[in-house]
Design a protein around this ligand. Structure first.
Ligand SMILES: [Zn+2]
Length: 303
């Protein structure tokens, strides 16, 4: 099967680990994360899938790199086609699990995350946490959401009720390398996607865009403080500007201000319009957006 969508953000490179002998935990402990652009000849045969751990190949091959216009990406090897992996493109949207039991097990193993909604308000801060950045604070258990009906079975029209969580995109950004290959069902969607595949560039926003909420990644281009709201401007190639309206106290705790121009933000929202050509989103919930640490920017999809 052709993997036309590039779901593998990075491979795990190790000179000592051997597929079929070492465990996944050992691979994670003994390896480094390598994006396809940083792959070198010495790594050939020694890069592995971060999910199923089978050996990967890099495309285009190093000797063809100057003649081939294809974006560099990793592929599973055909000799391991019998191994299931969610980073192999599925034949049909969302068809990943045989039954409810399999899906529930994936949730327990943190391979699948059902997000029913984003946290509305920030967690309380204890005195000792006060000086810490939002990233450094003691993680707080995600609250449980309602059982959510989702279509992820291999049979047509099959729906399961699965336990869900109320999440925060800020926390998702903090451990972005662990999250990028997880499968997510995002609010107001019934289908699951690997996070890398669920991330949309702002270039998809054009005049007449539909109202469905989506997860976006975008570079901050400007920042304005108003009395009751702030505006984070993000880059958008097709339109004049793109405005994100936020609350000053949320931005402050997330350390988002004019010094973060040039950094990337992740947000999940529908889009409204100012006139015909200025898209805007109201990020009213605490968990609806977060600043991506710079070290993870290389794992974002190529626009
Ligand atoms: Zn794999």
């Amino acid at each position: 099967m052709e993997e036309n969508k590039h779901l593998i953000a990075f491979a795990l490179h190790s000179n000592s680990w051997v597929y079929g002998i070492g465990s996944k935990e050992q691979l994670e402990a003994q390896s480094i994360q390598v994006v396809p652009e940083d792959f070198t000849a010495e790594m050939k045969g020694r890069v592995y899938c971060p999910v199923c751990t089978t050996p990967l190949s890099r495309t285009p091959d190093l000797k063809n790199i100057t003649t081939n216009a294809v974006t560099a990406h990793y592929k599973h090897k055909p000799s391991f086609s019998h191994i299931n992996c969610r980073l192999k493109v599925q034949k049909k949207q969302g068809q990943l699990f045989k039954n409810e039991e399999e899906a529930k097990k994936a949730i327990e193993n943190e391979e699948l995350v059902v997000v029913s909604s984003w946290q509305l308000a920030p967690p309380e801060i204890s005195d000792e946490d006060e000086e810490l950045k939002e990233y450094e604070r003691t993680p707080i258990e995600d609250e449980n959401g309602p059982e959510t009906e989702v279509a992820i079975g291999r049979h047509n029209g099959e729906e399961f009720k699965l336990p869900s969580k109320i999440k925060n995109i800020g926390a998702l950004c903090k451990d972005f390398d662990k999250n990028i290959h997880r499968a997510y069902i995002l609010p107001e969607s019934r289908y699951m996607k690997v996070l890398k595949d669920a991330l949309n560039p702002t270039s998809i926003v054009v005049d007449g865009f539909d109202k469905l909420p989506r997860l976006f990644f975008a570079k901050i281009s400007n920042y304005k403080r108003l009395t009751h709201r702030n505006i984070i401007y993000v880059e958008t190639p097709n339109l004049q500007e793109f405005k994100l309206y936020t609350y000053p106290n949320f931005d402050e705790r997330k350390h988002i201000d004019s010094t973060k121009i040039g950094r990337y933000i992740l947000f999940h929202s529908d889009i409204e319009w100012e006139g015909n050509d200025i898209p805007k989103s109201f990020l009213n919930a605490w968990g609806q957006y977060g600043l991506l640490p710079e070290k993870y920017e290389k794992y974002l999809p190529k626009k």
